[in-house]
Design a protein around this ligand. Sequence first.
Ligand SMILES: [Zn+2]
Length: 341
Amino acid sequence: MTEEAATTSPEARQSLRALPKAHLHAHLDGSYPLPAVQALAARRGARFEVPSAFVDVWQFFDHYGTVPALVQSNEDLAELCRALVHAEAAEGVLYLEPAIEPQLYAPRLGSLEQVTRTMLSAFREASDDSGVEVGANLTINTDEDLAISADLARIAAAHAGAGVTALGTAGFVEPGHLRRYREAARIGRAAGLPVVSHAGQTGGPDSIEEALDELGATRISHGFRAVESAQLLDRLARDHIVCDVCPVSNVALGVVKSLAEHPAPRLRAAGVPVTLNADDSLWFSRSVTDQYEIARSVWQLDDEDLAAFARAGTLATGMSDTTRRRLETGVAAWLAEGSGR
Ligand SMILES: [Zn+2]
């Protein structure tokens, strides 16, 4: 973490772990636990280390691909998926919605459908063992996947309500061409899946409007650049469009100058529902709990504010009513206990 993030006591940190959370913006391949990736690398006779910093986003992308490249079988993939769910359980996550990109493993491991099934089945198994509800956000990369975007949407639709809870779009070169994915989004929405789009990270407010207007997105991954438009802030607040923000990632990739200057508190103050997320906990070495620690120690927010970030996660439509109730009662109990501080 950067020097801005004051350290809190082990007790305070433990209490933030205990706060029940939804983790809604976590790319599967960038979120596997480090020990699991290192164990897989060792089996290939390789070493895996995380760089201490990235020169720019392009260097980050180069590194990102090295993890899927280590995966040589469906069992390798299943093992990493299970390890992720168990690691998230230890962070107090009750609902995990990993962004999955089966296209990073197919056709090496099989068809898109086969790889998706491997992931969903591993999630189900780990969910039964850990108590974490998992719903996958099957994600199209808008920098790369135009030709297969409808295929990916059809696979998402086929598993809607049975392991897949959202159709996502991700990509760094985001503004100005999301409309090319309208057909994919239509297929997802027709199957009852919410569309969750990356926007308002490198792109300005117009990229968020494009995601809402062209794709019918109901949640935005990042979205922090909405603070540049009062009109858009009003719209997000009025329509309860959740922004799944990732403070550590934004600073690590240079799209926000510092944690102290992150716009998330301003988004919340405008009435926009905001959740806190790690994006790629493997690469940025910070968990979802660390994002809450930043909210407390850098943004100086109190426990009610932290609870509001956690509660915003209940607006994720893929979450079951049972988990929604668990999260709401768990957050209320956390507040009543004075969060252990
Ligand atoms: Zn992301």
